[in-house]
Every structure is written in C-alpha cells, then in structure tokens.
Design a protein. Structure first.
Length: 385
C-alpha cells in the first residue's frame, strides 16, 4: 500500500463519521465562497475607481438636489477638468423590477466616464435623441434589450407633467466596460437629462450629484476643501469626497458588509474547527496502538506526524475544494437569476482566500493530534497508558 492509500484508508475507516464531517466542511466552504463573493461585490466599486473623480452632493443627503447654476462654479475650481451632473430617476421595469436609472447630459457622461465604452455613433445618437437612453451590457443581456427597442419605465419619484409616472425612452446605445471590473458596473440605465428636466412635474434645473473628473488624484483634497468652503453657510451647502470614499460610504449606509461577513464566517469556522478538531482527536485516540506499531516497524516520529497531518489536510482540502466549486456554480446560477442586482462572482480572489482558509484550518485541526502522535511512546501506547 502506498503512503497516500494508507492516509485515505485511515481517513475513511469510520465512513459515517468522516462523511458527516466532510459534509460540514463542504457546507462551510460553500457559505464562505458565497459570502466572500458578496463582500468582494460590495467593495469592488470602492477598490478600483481610485481618487481621480470627486463626488459633490448636498451636505444633508444625496437625495436633496443642488441647483444647476453651480455648474460653472464647479468647472472653475482649480484641478477640475470635466464636470457632469446626474439625477436619480427611480426607474422600474414591469410591475416592480427596480433598475438603476440616472438622468445625465450625454456629452458630459462620455467625458467624465471614459471607462464606459460604446461606439461613437451611439454616443452621438444619445446626445441627439431627446427621448434617448443607453443601457449597460449587464442589463441588456438580462432583459434582452437591443438598440432600437422602446424602453418603458416607471419612475418611483418623478411623474410627468400630466401626472403619469409611465415614461417611454428609445434605446440608442448599449455601453460596456473597458475591463472586467468595469463590465460588472454596467447595470445602469442613463436617460437624456434635457428631456427628463423638461417633462417631469417638479424639480427642474437641479441635480442630485455632481461628478468631477480631476487632472490627477493629488489635487482631490484641495478640490473637496475648496468646494465645501465655498458653499459653507449657504443655502446650497455641499459635501465633497472622492468617488472611492463616496461609494464606500454609500455601501455602509446599509451596514458594514465586510464586518457582517467576517463575523458570520468567524462563527462558521469556529464551529467547523470544533467539529473537525474533535474528529481528528478522536481518530488519533482510537489508533494509539496502531501508531505505536508503526513506530515499532521503524517509522520515525516525523513520519507519524506527517501521516496525521496528511489526514487533516486531505479532509479539509477535499471538503474545501468541493465547497468552493459548489459556491462557484451556485454563484453563476444566482447571477443569472438575479442579474444586475446581485452580480456576485466567485472569482480568483475568492478562491485564493478559500485556499488560504483550507491551509489554516488544516493546521488548526491537525497540528495538536499530530504532535500527540509524534510524542507517543511505544511502551506506554501498547500498555494502554
């Protein structure tokens, strides 16, 4: 029998116990993969947008609009290259399917967000079509939208002047992201601000958020300080911050996702540590005479330690890899079902974290039983002491 066969045989000598423990490990890593993917999803925007854009909103809340008359003043701030404005529309597709929808100036969106890529003719059509709308690739794939389709949207906030909350737009473009990270952000609909501003019943001439594209990230602090000090103690007090900080703060309004995930995973792995640790300790206790025989036959203390550690690693690795694989497959299913609203992906970063967790768990549950087996004295073991 090979050493690998010997380890596997010992691992499954108590098939029921090992199977139940293995299922516990699988479920723990399935949960780990999905939760870690959710954590990555909520932090993705804050991780890669950097500090080359600044968000300006009303000091009280981004739900309170700022007047468009401050636009040239923001453009005049040193270090600011381009400025765009956007108004949250509150779009609803069908009966109650929420979609992220913003009213924007097409040319300004194109200038401030070069990360969104789309054929130039579609950018031109967006600017020239008052009822035009562009949709992100993620949404287009989810709803099977294509250029030329009519896009009926309801607004949960802005009725038209005739009192109807039913709006209709023409899809003139489908935008994508410049890379994989930005492609995940294409879950938005942008509509033409001029048409929205003219047709909506109230709130003309205002925008909820101004996005400022900077010459470089080094001037972000001076820009935010200059803007906030300019409007301090005025009717239009502002709160300015980098896009990275704004996105992180926006996520934290629904809770510190990272903290919640860490505490849940801590509880899961602490329980798993007890379960798998007890399995390994019990397995070694049952085989004390057999381990003594191994040493009698000439196996060194280090070899015996290696056998026990190999069992722990095999148990955690088999369960962990199966669990992460199931999490990856389930993540694909969730993404297809939920679409743009839960674009989770069990990607390489989640797998790296999972592999690290497998190694740590293997050491935690296997080291003490392995050290006990290594220090085992032949005479005491055979005597049952």
């Amino acid at each position: 029998m090979t050493k690998t066969g010997f380890v596997i045989a010992n691992l499954f000598r108590k098939k029921t116990r090992t199977t139940l423990t293995l299922l516990s490990v699988i479920m723990a890593f399935l949960l780990f993969g999905l939760l870690q993917a959710v954590n990555v999803m909520f932090n993705a925007g804050a991780d890669f947008v950097g500090a080359t854009r600044v968000v300006v909103q009303a000091r009280v809340s981004f739900t309170q609009s700022l007047p468009l008359r401050i636009l040239p003043e923001l453009e005049a701030v040193p270090g600011v290259e381009k400025v765009m404005y956007q108004q949250w529309f509150g779009g609803v597709v069908g009966e109650n399917q929420q979609v992220f929808t913003f009213a924007v100036d097409p040319a300004r969106l194109h200038a401030v967000y070069p990360e969104y890529v789309m054929p130039e003719q579609q950018w031109t059509a967006f600017g020239q079509t008052r009822t035009g709308a562009i949709v992100g690739r993620v949404l287009a794939d989810q709803f099977k939208w294509k250029v030329g389709d009519k896009l009926p949207l309801k607004s949960s906030i802005f009725p038209q002047k005739n009192g109807s909350k039913d709006w209709a737009f023409d899809i003139v473009g489908i935008f994508d992201g410049k890379d994989e990270q930005w492609q995940r952000q294409t879950n938005t609909v942008f509509i033409n601000y001029d048409y929205f501003n003219e047709a909506n019943q109230f709130g003309q001439g205002a925008a909820g958020i101004y996005m400022l594209r900077l010459a470089n990230g080094d001037v972000a602090q001076s820009v935010t300080e200059a803007i906030d000090s300019k409007y301090e103690n005025s009717p239009d007090e502002t709160k300015s911050q980098t896009e990275k900080d704004w996105q992180a703060g926006f996520v934290k309004q629904i809770g510190d996702i990272g903290l919640l995930v860490r505490w849940i995973l801590f509880a899961v792995f602490f329980t798993l540590l007890l379960v798998v640790g007890n399995t390994m300790a019990q397995s070694v206790r049952e085989r004390v005479p057999e381990l003594a025989v191994l040493k009698t036959l000439g196996f060194s203390d280090t070899s015996v330690l290696g056998f026990v550690m190999a069992e722990a690693i095999a148990l955690c690795a088999i369960g962990g890899l199966i669990g992460l694989t199931l999490a990856t497959l389930l993540g694909i299913v969730i993404q297809k079902v939920a679409g743009a609203f839960l674009p989770i992906s069990v990607d390489g970063s989640v797998w790296v974290a999972g592999l690290v967790a497998i190694v740590v768990l293997s050491l935690a549950v296997g080291l003490l039983p392995a050290l006990r087996a290594q220090r085992l004295k032949i005479v005491d073991a055979l005597a049952g002491r």
